[in-house]
Design a protein around this ligand. Structure first.
Ligand code: ADP
Length: 488
């Protein structure tokens, strides 16, 4: 069917088209090209027809001699489409989409009809898109500190970066297509946490992810991050992006801080209680004095109460002051050469009242040899008294306390009791400040949970160690103190 307009109209169409049309001979010369060629390649139509076209095609893209081009030349009416680089008159390369149609057999035409369109911009856009996608993929892959995971709408893993592999231990192949519950804890899965995270992401645009996660080997780590919905070009949500990293260490530190602050609060409450008790006793004694001051029995009782409670109060305050001095590094030791055995005997004498009150038996094996140490006599006595008071306090009536001192490569003192013992999980905590295993214990003999902290710090100031041992609750306890031997 012929076009519904005459030849003039037809040639006007060709002459004004944005695409260039050309008639090309198989040896590579154009016999005609439309004016649009100037816009595409810079040459005037006359210039273009003088060129060897194979010469201006990029050597990597040339089709001269290719099997496909030979086939095309042989086949009448066949078409050949390709996109290749052609050199612009200014020397730059332009990407040109060419559609060749073989009309060599058609007597009136006897040429290859070429339709040329400049696609440089599209090519560059596509190229830079690919470049930025690659760059983005590179960033995701190099973010090894972060697990970057995408999920489909059902919560199945759809991509898995190397950070996720490093953090969770699974290869991409092991998790792709699997439900993300695989790296949530069983507790969180039971309470539908993964679904809740996705729901939050949908509703708020972001779901926080601050929870324990499970690695392939079953160990747990504290994951911190977020989940957000993934949208396509039209804004429709087609999945989720989850980014998180291992924050176990700082989470633990945070928990420890909270724990320390909680312990401090408990300590303050207890301190108030401990200070009020002696004050109540002193004020009762004062009240009694008002009504019956003339009775000698009352007087001596009041005297005894006041001096006992005052001693107790000053011991509490001394301990408190010592703790604050130790934390500020302000304790000064007055060191001298000492023999440990007499010091131990003196400490035992100081705690005699509580030992007698609880009817304990104390066995002290005196070392046949001198145990020379270089230290502060008052402080070492303070340490020993602390340990002995605890042994007496945490042992039911008529218990046994045995104290031994040995001179080995260092001085070793052991204070063992037959008391309530210490549960294994508490052993490493009892030296922490304000720690008390059982706060409901009868507190008549006082204590603020700082005695062992103080004792251990003082021992360490002397270059020694203090450790606790116990086979468990009801099995008694042993505190072993070592100090360096002194060379006189
Ligand atoms: P407190 O003032 O409570 O005695 P300490 O720092 O001296 O504080 O001791 C800390 C905790 O360690 C005690 O509350 C107690 O639970 C435990 N403890 C200390 N010594 C013994 C012991 N000989 N036997 C059993 N438990 C002990």
């Amino acid at each position: 069917m012929s076009p519904p307009f005459d030849e003039d109209v037809f040639s006007t169409l060709v002459e004004h088209s944005l695409e260039a049309f050309a008639l090309i001979q198989p040896h590579g010369r154009a016999t005609y090209v439309s004016p649009a060629i100037t816009r595409i390649l810079g040459y005037s139509p006359d210039e273009f027809t003088t060129l060897d076209l194979f010469q201006i095609v990029h050597p990597d893209d040339t089709y001269r001699g290719t099997e496909r081009f030979q086939q095309f030349l042989k086949q009448a009416d066949s078409s050949y489409a390709s996109v290749h680089r052609i050199r612009h008159k200014d020397g730059s390369w332009r990407w040109v989409e060419c559609v060749f149609t073989n009309r060599l057999q058609l007597p009136k035409v006897s040429a290859i009809i070429a339709n040329l369109r400049d696609v440089t911009e599209q090519k560059q856009t596509a190229e830079s898109l690919r470049g930025s996608e690659e760059k983005f993929r590179g960033i995701v892959e190099s973010a090894t500190e972060f697990a970057i995971v995408t999920l489909d709408l059902e919560g199945r893993v759809s991509s898995w970066n190397s950070g996720a592999h490093r953090l969770l231990g699974y290869d991409a192949g092991e998790v792709l297509g699997k439900d993300c519950g695989i790296f949530f804890t069983p507790e969180d899965n039971a309470s539908d946490r993964p679904e809740a995270e996705m729901r939050d992401a949908l509703i708020d645009g972001r779901g926080t992810d601050e929870r324990w996660h499970v690695k392939k080997n079953g160990t747990r780590f504290w994951g911190s991050g977020f989940m957000m919905p993934l949208r396509d070009d039209r804004g429709a949500i087609h999945g989720y992006l989850k980014i998180f990293r291992d924050m176990t260490r700082s989470h633990r530190a945070e928990e420890a801080l909270k724990d320390a602050s909680r312990k401090k609060d408990e300590f303050l409450a207890m301190l108030a209680h401990e200070l009020r008790n002696p004050l109540a006793a002193i004020s009762n004694a004062g009240a009694l004095l008002l009504v019956s001051a003339s009775e000698p029995e009352t007087l001596s009782w009041v005297q005894e109460v006041i001096s006992r409670q005052a001693r107790y109060l000053s011991r509490l305050l001394d301990d408190l002051l010592d703790v604050s001095r130790i934390t500020q590094g302000k304790i000064r030791l007055h060191e001298e050469f000492l023999d440990l055995s007499p010091l131990i005997a003196k400490a035992i004498e100081s705690v005699r009242p509580i030992i007698e009150q609880k009817k304990h038996t104390v066995l002290f094996t005196v070392s046949p040899v001198e145990i020379p140490v270089f230290g502060d006599a008052l402080r070492i006595e303070q340490i020993l008294i602390n340990l002995l008071v605890n042994a007496a306090k945490y042992t039911d009536e008529r218990g046994r306390i045995s104290v031994t001192a040995i001179r080995g490569t260092e001085a070793v003192v052991s204070i063992r009791d037959s008391g309530i013992g210490i549960a294994p999980e508490m052993l490493r905590h009892i030296f922490e400040p304000f720690t008390q295993v059982d706060t409901s214990l009868d507190r008549s003999s006082g204590g603020l949970g700082i005695g062992l902290t103080l004792a251990q710090s003082l021992v360490e100031l002397h270059g020694g160690t203090l450790v606790a041992q116990s086979d468990g609750l009801g099995q008694g306890s042993e505190f072993v103190l070592t100090l360096p031997l002194a060379d006189k």
